[in-house]
Design a protein around this ligand. Structure first.
Ligand code: SF4
Ligand code: SF4
Length: 409
């Protein structure tokens, strides 16, 4: 794949113009160099020793802009993995490549792990590990979503869904996962949560292709038999959806991964399809609120428009205005690394300004890390759309929609 992709580049530099990191940091030469050009050099007899690859946040905006269809971020990630065969991978990359293992340990130790991460005396330790002390680390829940779900009685229903939870919803924001289950069950689905590992995107983005491949093999082994039994796979995380759809076929290069990818749906995309087929439950209660919608880069790069604005548009009382302000700048683990904080915040500036000019009751976005960044940059509360839909379906609850928005803070 890499060889052919290198030859596809027309050297037009359109990708450089689309790159949010190159737009704020002149020391990054941009995706044209970090992808196709470095791809040639890095496989040569004397690989360059520069750190240019570390600038890329894996937002994939460059790929969307490329008129020649060059898989630029795949090239950058392959270049990164090749570079780390010649030099030692930084400790922060090795840690962030294993967010699943980190999450397991931090959840068992919560709430102590959360207090330690925020303690003043821990900040120098975090900095030495290569972790930024400019923003709070996400808090971990002692009871993960999957632990909660495993103790819950099975709710039989005629249609079935296999739910890919993702690390963030499992360890850091289990209420999003609970809302996802509630919305799917309300639409007549029995939800199955198979054994699963991190989708592998943090490993890929941090240059650890071997770890990403191991995760992909494990998840394929868990989910493909369910696809063969007629299950569709749904995830409420756009980055997990993108990884299962696009990266697994490339990483594993087998027909099984390609088959799996055809059955993966981001939750909003899945619900919009139900609506198009006249099968979405539309018994929404009124949810009063004026929301600003942020489109995550990894939803944009799936080329499916804005499914959540279509779905939320059906909820009475809810006014949703799209921000259309580009990348938030956090990009998964990228903005948590020491040395990336300022770049990450500079990239997010356009989004922060757009939020501040709209002055919404809350921001709505389907990406957990975009939510953290927007809240950090603006102080405005950010809510996952699944939580709003659960509220809209729950008219019997005494609380109104504004409470749903408040509860997500
Ligand atoms: S993935 Fe994003 S940050 Fe990386 S080179 Fe492409 S546009 Fe720039
Ligand atoms: S936009 Fe595509 S073709 Fe143009 S320089 Fe970038 S990678 Fe090459």
């Amino acid at each position: 794949m890499v060889g052919n992709a290198l030859d596809q580049c027309l050297k037009c530099t359109i990708c450089n113009t689309a790159c949010p990191v190159a737009g704020v940091d002149p020391s990054f030469p941009g995706p044209k160099y970090a992808g196709p050009e470095l791809g040639r050099l890095i496989r040569g007899p004397e690989p360059p020793a520069d750190n240019v690859l570390d600038y890329c946040s894996n937002c994939r905006s460059c790929e969307l802009a490329c008129p020649s269809g060059v898989p630029i971020t795949s090239l950058i990630r392959a270049n990164k993995a090749a570079a780390y065969r010649h030099k030692r991978m930084p400790l922060a990359n090795r840690l962030f490549a294993r967010v699943d293992q980190l999450g397991r340990v931090a959840a068992v130790a919560a709430p102590l792990s959360n207090a330690v991460a925020r303690a003043w005396w821990a900040q120098p330790v975090l900095a030495r590990l290569g972790i930024s002390t400019g923003r709070p680390l996400p808090a971990y829940h002692r009871q993960t979503f999957r632990a909660w779900f495993s103790r819950r009685p099975v709710r039989p229903a005629p249609k079935r869904i296999a739910y890919f939870v993702g690390c963030y919803a499992n360890y850091n924001d289990p209420d999003v996962a609970k809302a996802t289950v509630a919305v799917l069950e309300h639409n007549g689905y029995q939800v199955l949560v198979p054994e699963q590992r991190c989708c592998g995107l943090p490993a890929l983005a941090n240059g650890d292709e071997d770890q990403a491949r191991k995760n992909a093999v494990f998840n394929l082994g868990q989910f493909l038999p369910l696809v063969e039994q007629g299950y569709e796979i749904v995830t409420a995380c756009p980055s997990c959806a993108l990884t299962l759809k696009r990266d697994y076929p490339e990483l594993l290069d087998n027909p099984e991964a390609a088959e799996l990818s055809r059955h993966v749906w981001e939750l909003g995309e899945f619900l919009r399809r139900l609506a198009e087929e006249g099968e979405l439950q539309s018994d929404f209660g009124k949810v009063p609120g004026r929301l600003a919608y942020h489109l995550p880069c990894h939803t944009r790069s799936q080329g499916m428009g804005e499914p959540w604005t279509d779905v939320l548009g059906q909820v009475p009382g809810l006014k949703v205005e799209a921000l259309d302000a580009g990348c938030c700048g956090l990009s998964g683990t990228y903005g948590f690394k020491a040395g990336h904080y300022e770049t990450s915040m500079a990239v997010g500036q356009r989004v922060f300004e757009a939020v501040n000019s709209v002055r919404p009751d809350a921001v709505v976005t389907e990406c957990g890390t975009c939510a953290m960044q927007i809240n950090h940059g603006t102080g405005v509360k950010v809510v996952h759309p699944a939580i709003l839909l659960r509220e809209a379906y729950s008219r019997r609850w005494p609380r109104g929609g504004e409470d749903a928005i408040r509860a997500s803070e």
